[in-house]
Design a protein around this ligand. Structure first.
Ligand code: G4P
Length: 531
């Protein structure tokens, strides 16, 4: 095996998706701990310290008023080279969060055992579902009282439309949490509470045929419940099938407690075995194999002004094939230019490390003098690759935006266009009228503040935002077959258009979408726009 092939095959690139507070940060930190990427001492002192080291840079960015984005963490574990893509949540939620998922080969879904499937998990899952990437579920916080396990699985299946296959099974929860039963190994791993941050608590392995040991450790009541549940489970749950997992149709489910570090390493080990090496990507009608092709990558995120003093822009690229060598020239396909990528770096939390080489599966950030756009392809000069663009994701918040000083129309338009081009906001117009009114759509409300701040600071334009009541936007898939003037929607529906003149519909609620579809037979609406 060539060195390049070896390097690529050991890579696993994934995103962690969850609703805020489910335990994504805690789980990530425990992963990093196993990989030795953060030292134990730092995190024993408390999560605050460890967190500061890896995740809090977003706060710093926020203070500086620039757009909040996701970053990547890389570490090695057990012969694997792991790239974790961070997907910001809470008010940091933005289109970038979705775009990051376009750069991942699989996703880990963290669910709080006492909450089940929550709003943000649902949204992120939808994007993973659209791509058909494998999804691994970690049901967290078993050290607290949890919902019924069967109900949790049922909820995932019904709400997300993916079959579940529990790899292990919890024995009780909260104060009565005894550990997990490993279905494949047919043994129980006992739980013991640990101090926060230590590597692992003491775990005893109890084979299921050793009644005496089982009774001693987990007691007769829990054992009898477990035996009943195993019977039920064997009869009811989907068979494990790695092919179905790889297609994103079946999710392996693990249980544990990230905080007390129980079940995390078992999860990591199994996940790494089941997750794929970097996946091939589609270029026109061809599938580009990561190993047998020379360097290629696509831009999935552009971040402006990471360093205010330099007014720089960083383009984040996911390498899809081959090896990236900083000394070699590459072709920017959309720009039609051959060039050397400037200051290639690996961006880990707030640290930037200049890179000399990287491989398929890795993410690099390069200095962007304003030439890259989201979805662009960069490849070896002789290659003929052009990756499919990244879809436009449905914004959920809309506002009419106006400049305060009407004399500054030019700067205003320039600023709004540039910020939209970077992908921080989407801009629309009233249907069939000129550019008089600009309607801005964003995925997360923080982007409105970012827009205001950046227009004031970078373009010297003050703006007024008037928020609109719409929450749903739909692209009309079959616009050529539909007579737009005759479209009969609900009274609260609004027609708008994007900058290319494509018609779009805005709705206040799901009900109006349903009504509009009912009233206009043949109308096809989509949640994702195509560039
Ligand atoms: P997030 O990134 O998904 O938003 O979640 P994060 O890891 O920050 O965890 C949210 C809260 O849940 C934290 O508590 C964290 O300690 C707690 N938590 C995470 N995993 C577990 C678990 O397995 N068991 C229990 N009992 N709690 C867990 P916090 O009080 O908000 O923060 P902190 O004071 O601990 O920093």
């Amino acid at each position: 095996m060539s060195n390049i092939e070896e390097e690529i095959n050991k890579r696993r690139t994934f995103a962690i998706i969850s609703h805020p507070d489910a335990g994504k940060t805690t789980l990530t930190e425990k992963f990093l701990l196993y990989g030795g990427a953060i030292n134990l001492a730092g995190s024993v002192k408390g999560k605050a310290t460890a967190r500061h080291a890896v995740s809090d840079w977003m706060e710093i960015e926020k203070e500086r008023g620039i757009s909040v984005t996701s970053s990547v963490l890389q570490f090695n574990y057990d012969g694997y080279c792991i790239n974790i893509l961070d997907t910001p949540g809470h008010q940091d939620f933005s289109e970038d969060t979705y775009r990051t998922l376009m750069a991942a080969d699989s996703a880990v879904m963290v669910i709080d055992a006492s909450k089940g499937v929550e709003a943000q998990t649902r949204k992120l899952f939808k994007v993973c579902g659209m791509r058909g990437i494998p999804i691994f579920t970690f049901i967290n916080k078993l050290d607290r009282d949890a919902n019924d396990t069967f109900e949790l699985l049922d909820e995932i299946e019904k709400e997300l439309g993916i079959a579940t296959c529990p790899i292990n099974w919890p024995i009780g929860s909260g104060k009565r949490f005894k550990g997990v039963y490993d279905r494949h190994e047919n043994h129980v791993l006992t739980y013991s509470d640990t101090q926060k941050g230590t590597k692992e608590g003491e775990t005893t392995i109890l084979p299921m045929d050793n009644e005496e040991l089982l009774l001693e450790h987990i007691g007769s009541e829990a054992l009898s419940v477990l035996r009943d549940e195993i019977d039920l489970l064997d009869g009811a749950s989907a068979e494990f099938d790695i092919e179905e997992v790889r297609k994103g149709k079946l999710t392996p489910v693990f249980f544990g407690s990230a905080l007390t570090n129980f079940g995390v390493e078992v999860f990591l080990q199994n996940f790494l075995k089941m997750a794929t090496t970097p996946l091939p990507r589609k270029s026109q009608d061809e599938s580009i194999d990561p190993v047998s092709n020379a360097f290629s990558a696509f831009v999935f995120k552009i971040q402006a002004n990471m360093n205010k003093a330099h007014r720089d822009r960083i383009a984040f690229m996911r390498i899809c094939s081959g090896k990236f060598d900083a000394g070699e020239e590459v072709k920017h396909v959309q720009g039609g230019k051959v060039m050397r990528l400037s200051q290639p770096q690996q961006i880990m939390a707030d640290e930037r490390k200049i890179l000399n080489e990287a491989y398929a599966g890795d993410i690099i950030g390069v200095f962007d003098p304003g030439i890259f756009a989201i979805g662009d392809t960069v490849c070896a000069p002789k290659s003929n690759i052009c990756y499919e663009g990244i879809p436009t994701f449905a914004p959920e918040h809309f506002a009419r935006v106006r400049q305060v000083d009407t004399m500054k129309r030019k700067q205003f338009i320039k600023g709004v266009y540039q910020i939209a081009q970077e992908g921080a906001i989407q801009i629309f117009q009233e249907f069939n009228t000129g550019m008089e009114e600009i309607i801005v759509g964003v995925v997360g409300v923080l982007q409105f503040d970012v827009l205001k701040y950046r227009l004031e600071n970078e373009y010297n334009v003050e703006i007024k935002l008037e928020s609109l009541p719409y929450e749903y936007i739909r692209w009309i898939e079959n616009k050529d077959e539909i007579e737009l003037d005759k479209l009969s929607g609900t009274s609260d529906m609004k027609k708008i258009q994007d900058l290319k003149g494509n018609p779009l519909l805005l709705f206040i609620n799901q009900w109006s979408i349903g009504m509009t579809l009912d009233r206009n037979k043949g109308l096809v609406l989509s949640e994702f726009g195509r560039n």
